[in-house]
Write a protein that binds this ligand. Sequence first.
Ligand code: GLV
Ligand code: MN
Ligand code: MN
Length: 424
Amino acid sequence: MKASNLPVDEARLWSDLMALAQITEPNRPYTRRSFTPLFLEGRAWLKQRFESAGLTTRIDAGGNLIGRRPGAKPASGTIVIGSHSDTVPSGGRFDGTAGVLAALEVARALDERGQVLDHDLEVIDCLAEEVSAFGLSCVGSRAIAGGLSADMLAYVGPDGERLGDALRRVGGDPSRLAEAKRSDIAAFLELHIEQGPLLESEGTDIGIVETIAGITRLELTITGRADHAGTTPMHLRRDALLAAAAMVSAVRDLARDISDRGAGYFVATVGEMHVEPNAANVVPGSVRLVIDARAERHATMEDFVARLRKTMPDVAARNGAELSAIATLSDVLPARGDAALCEALAQAADSLGLTHRRMASGAGHDAMHFSRIAPAAMVFTPCRGGRSHCPEEWAEPGELAAGAAAIFGAILAIDRGAVKNERG
Ligand code: GLV
Ligand code: MN
Ligand code: MN
């Protein structure tokens, strides 16, 4: 990276990141799960940081924390920048938080340079981007795009709480979700660590995301029969976990077959399983498992789901159990970065002397949902060894500052009307 004299303050961005990372479950760094007291502690810290930067804060009906910097001509619309502050269990210090705090740094840098924008500018911490304890991801950005449905609000989480009640608990309002839906967004920009190895291995400063893979999550319920683990002979068992284990392998085989055929990027994972009654001396009576599948092309996802529905009942039956239900928890189409915003980011990177490349994202992001209602684009920054969703996740201060600087430059171009995006 050759850039120096970036318009943002690298040290200040880094110190914010390290400070927010300290708000974690002490025995399980770095964990700040959405809807938990720790999440709210992180939010309180962020709110205070937003306000110290002169932003006016609010929580919208979708539970998103928003800091607003008014523009000179608000009729121009709002430029929104940000990401999410929640983490996966034992996650990293950068996934999501880098985007929120880079957005805050951009707002501060605009102030310090006396840049009055025509557009209103909003820094956003989107609620629950990671799959939450309610089985849903991107809760806040779905609300902004008008995609948080009544069905989803009824999803049940730990202790029987419904998502709608949890949303209220963190400051949102499920009865006013229509107010969270936005039509004023002129552009949405999100910085995120790449979460893969490409930029680092090539020595490229910045990735500009052209496509984000679609994500489908299916919950399969496998029903067997709970019996005494000491007295029930092996040939008389209907062990639901045994059937579930065979299904995990079958999902892997199916995913390999599909990705080997070259129908675009495709992966599928079983990362969550609930065994009932989950006791050492009881044959498992039922299992719920969640399949997370990602496809660059929607037709590939449709093929996967159709083949899964066809083959999985037999896999269960061969193992003495029954596949009793398949529920779609979430089904998000692949998203495209707005071409003009991508070009604005590329030009901003060029003028800073940063190298860049176009790329696809296998990870999901809030930008997917924003892209349904507004021009949206993402900047990826390098991520050491491609490791993410783990405590080893690492990014260099200068790399993050470079990404923030590219967003800073693109915002100035958008504001002066130099970016003619696909939506006019
Ligand atoms: C978000 O981190 C995802 O699941 O891709
Ligand atoms: Mn993540
Ligand atoms: Mn993320």
